[in-house]
Design a protein around this ligand. Structure first.
Ligand code: SF4
Length: 343
């Protein structure tokens, strides 16, 4: 079936500006009971509610357990911080040699292009990140270029955030042109949720920019549930694919959102239909304020075993966890099969 051409009514900047940030307005829009309001306000005071309309429109009205709602609705539980949950679970501040640059792995660096996000995901491991101290002004950018030039082992630059696509196309173009001048850089990766949350962010200018750069372009989307992919997202992905941009997905395993095999299976198949390959499924990073999303490692590995039994290998994401100080992500094997399990 041919996707219906997506014609945004508003620019992505308008959609960003008009995002819902008031818990009362959110509950009203979604026909949810006002009994949720005190908890939503308590959570909002710690980490602001933010959800734009294109994403909101995919949430089922009147359903407090909607898997997309659970990702954005602030809750009273966010005021709890059990032992083992911290503000910087990945210890990124240890690998932050310059403002805006995180160098954890030898051959790639992560650049914090923007502290802004289109949506505030309640489980975000950077919900406490100090974006104020990591702003990229002209001087910081020049220092980053000098750092990259002096590190020939770095082959790949990852635009991250916040959401790096909160940066306007004209600025992205200038930054990419600067990076192209550093001969040892080969790839540009963009970690983003914006094309899912506001599909009109995939502008013709952005597609052209990524298609024309000499750097190989990879976009890693962040989608946790199949309901996040509607026709407008599919159409945006089609534009990127036509420009030969590799599309991967990484998701986070979240209790009450995607912690069962049926949901994961549907997610993988829907991603593939949209031209996106499942890449990573991350264990939740133990960030303060979001412990209610956590699953045990055993639960995650059992889920992967069940998923592996139901999908071809190329649709099974790699279960991974990020352990501070390790030279790469740590892959977790699915729970061991017994002979009975295979029969
Ligand atoms: S879009 Fe990404 S960086 Fe922004 S809040 Fe969500 S998970 Fe965090």
């Amino acid at each position: 079936m041919q996707p219906i051409p997506f014609q945004p009514l508003q620019s992505w900047q308008d959609e960003l500006r008009e995002a819902i940030t008031d818990p009362h307005a959110l509950l009203t829009q979604l026909d949810l009971p006002m009994s949720l309001l005190p908890g939503a306000q308590a959570g909002d005071a710690l980490f602001k509610l933010r959800v734009p309309y294109p994403y909101l429109s995919r949430i089922e009205k009147g359903n407090p357990n909607d898997p997309l709602l659970r990702q954005i609705l602030p809750l009273q539980q966010e005021t709890l911080t059990p032992p083992g949950y911290s503000q910087d679970p990945l210890e990124e501040q240890q690998a932050n040699p310059l403002p805006g640059l995180i160098h954890k792995y030898t051959h790639r660096v992560l650049l914090i292009l923007s502290g802004a996000c289109a949506i505030n995901c309640r489980y975000c491991f950077r919900r406490h990140f100090d974006y104020q101290d990591n702003q990229l002004g002209r001087n910081e950018w020049q220092a980053i270029l000098a750092y990259l030039a002096a590190h020939p082992e770095v082959e790949e630059v990852i635009f991250s955030g916040g959401d790096p696509l909160a940066t306007p196309d004209s600025r992205l173009e200038r930054l990419i042109k600067d990076l192209e001048q550093i001969p040892h850089l080969q790839r540009l990766r963009i970690h983003t949720r914006l094309p899912v949350v506001i599909p009109s962010r995939v502008t013709p200018a952005l597609i052209q920019l990524l298609a024309e750069t000499r750097l190989q372009s990879v976009m890693v989307l962040h989608i946790n549930h199949a309901n996040e992919i509607d026709l407008s997202v599919t159409a945006a992905m089609q534009g990127l694919r036509q420009a030969q941009i590799t599309l991967l997905n990484q998701s986070v395993l979240l209790r009450g959102v995607n912690d069962n095999v049926t949901v994961q299976k549907t997610l993988s198949k829907t991603l593939f239909d949209a031209g996106i390959l499942p890449y990573y499924l991350f264990l939740f990073d133990p960030v303060a304020g979001a412990s209610h999303f956590d699953l045990t490692e055993a639960e995650a590995r059992q889920l992967m075993a069940d998923l592996q039994a139901q999908l071809p290998g190329y649709l099974v994401p790699r279960l991974a966890v990020e352990i501070p100080g390790k030279p790469s992500k740590t892959l977790l094997a699915p729970m061991h099969y017994t002979r009975n399990h295979l029969e």
